[in-house]
Design a protein around this ligand. Sequence first.
Ligand SMILES: [Zn+2]
Ligand SMILES: [Zn+2]
Length: 159
Amino acid sequence: MKSEKLEIIESVFDRVNGKYFHGEVERPVFRVSNRMKRRAGQVNLSRWEMTISIPYHDRYGWDGELENTTKHEIIHLFLRQTGKPSGHNKLFREIANRIDAPYYSREMPQTSFRYVFECPKCKREYKARKWIGGRYSCGKCSNGRFDKRYILVIREILR
Ligand SMILES: [Zn+2]
Ligand SMILES: [Zn+2]
């Protein structure tokens, strides 16, 4: 039986693929990882797999942030499928800009948090080790894209 998370990942992939790549990117094998803690996701181009970090998305959300991760990873797949260099190169950046995909994952906390930010609308809290003011909008309210209206605001400074 397929896990619920894999089904979510699959449907997000299909949606992103359809919306930005005419559905032309070949569906990878989807995997989830509990051990992947520093990165949001990764692709294995020889096995044609896309692996999604569970801890990362437990922290940043399985909605908008998963879409961001998928947008990033699908660019790698698209580049490979079309015979182009598939790393974090100039072309990657161009596509990322065009479809509003993140170039980097958000940083995962290694130690304790220093800041608590919150969404101005839904009040969901986002803990951070580094100052992230002005750079992120609420994943839940922004629906997967950066949205100025929901830029996180600082609520607490922990140390
Ligand atoms: Zn990448
Ligand atoms: Zn929100």
